[in-house]
Write a protein that binds this ligand. Structure first.
Ligand code: THG
Length: 298
């Protein structure tokens, strides 16, 4: 078995077909079925994403938490931008210490409200690189924002071992430079926050790309991030191939892509199937070929 990435399953969310309506109507069945499916697929955490939930977040988050906990023992990842809903969710949760707070960003009012809640719960925290003016623009801004978040979290009593940094992945449609800059930051993070973990919402990279093609980008991008030591990833656990990569079952593909990142260039005529998909997708993600939706056919 090779390098492993803990999977945070993303599909229980307010935008989803199956889960969205169930959450709004408070119907436990679909949420619990999905919690069992994601767990069976090998997820280490279940993301429970209620979005901003402006109207009823303080009721909805505890309901989703308790509904999931009644079905599975899998650790939960509470995902909302509503700080009051997050606080309410951690009040009602059974397994606080194994849970993840998703997320605390570098916005003063979010840090002030949520750091004490996380410290009290003793949970893990995703530190999201998102500030008062949105996303950091370059690696300097990323570094200073991560230091700012780290200091505030440490001062609030949350040790590095409890923090997962999320550099926020950018879509390939915005260009490969941004993607490679995100990977550079992941390397810097080891020195900025020794002992801290990391996470990335993989599907951000394929945002805006035709649905049937998205999984190829997400899979290769995960392998690229693994070279930087990524510890967790927010994934579609219904993609078996992606889960196999997370579980360390695709070491040959991992070795090939990591070799390409170090400058080796395999002969594509010796590749086929999934390894050829990784080869072509790496070339597009790294900017060696120009990205278009026909990148796999070329
Ligand atoms: N970082 C952190 N948290 C995050 C993100 C991140 N939470 C939200 C998001 N990004 C990750 N979650 C999802 C959930 C669903 C989808 C993508 C990301 C998704 N769903 C399919 C769709 O919309 O086509 C299917 C929906 C359905 O079930 O119908 O793409 O980056 N910290």
């Amino acid at each position: 078995m090779g390098q492993v990435v803990l999977a945070i399953a993303e599909s229980i969310n307010i935008m989803g077909n199956r889960s969205g309506n169930a959450m709004k109507e408070r119907i436990p069945g679909p949420v619990q079925e999905m919690a069992r499916e994601e767990t069976a697929a090998g997820a280490s955490y279940l993301d429970l994403n209620i979005g901003p939930a402006r109207k009823d977040g303080t009721e909805l988050m505890p309901w989703v938490v308790q509904t999931a906990e009644a079905a599975v023992d899998t650790p939960l990842c509470l995902d909302t931008t509503n700080a009051d809903a997050m606080t309410a969710g951690f009040k009602g949760i059974k397994n606080k210490e194994t849970a993840i707070m998703n997320s605390i960003s570098a916005q003063p009012e979010r840090m002030e409200k949520l750091i004490p809640v996380a410290a009290e719960a003793g949970c893990n925290v995703i530190a999201l690189l998102w500030g008062p003016d949105g996303m950091p623009r370059d690696s300097n801004e990323r570094a200073s924002m991560s230091v700012e978040l780290l200091m505030a979290l440490n001062e609030g009593g949350i040790p590095n071992e409890r923090i997962l940094f999320d550099p926020i992945a950018t879509p390939i449609t915005l260009g490969s430079e941004q993607i490679m800059a995100g990977l550079d930051f992941m390397e810097m993070l080891k020195e900025i926050a020794p002992g801290a973990g990391s996470t990335v919402g993989l599907s951000n990279v394929s945002n805006g790309v035709a649905d049937h093609l998205r999984k190829y980008l997400d899979r290769t991008y995960l392998i690229m991030l693994m070279k930087t030591g990524l510890t967790t990833a927010i994934v579609n656990s219904y993609d078996d191939e992606l889960m196999a990569i997370c579980k360390g079952e695709r070491q040959a593909d991992v070795d090939m892509v990591h070799g390409m990142m170090d400058g080796t260039d395999p002969d594509p005529s010796t590749l086929s199937g999934i390894s050829l998909q990784h080869y072509k997708t790496y070339k597009a993600l790294s900017g060696q070929t120009i990205f278009s939706e026909s990148w796999l056919d070329l």
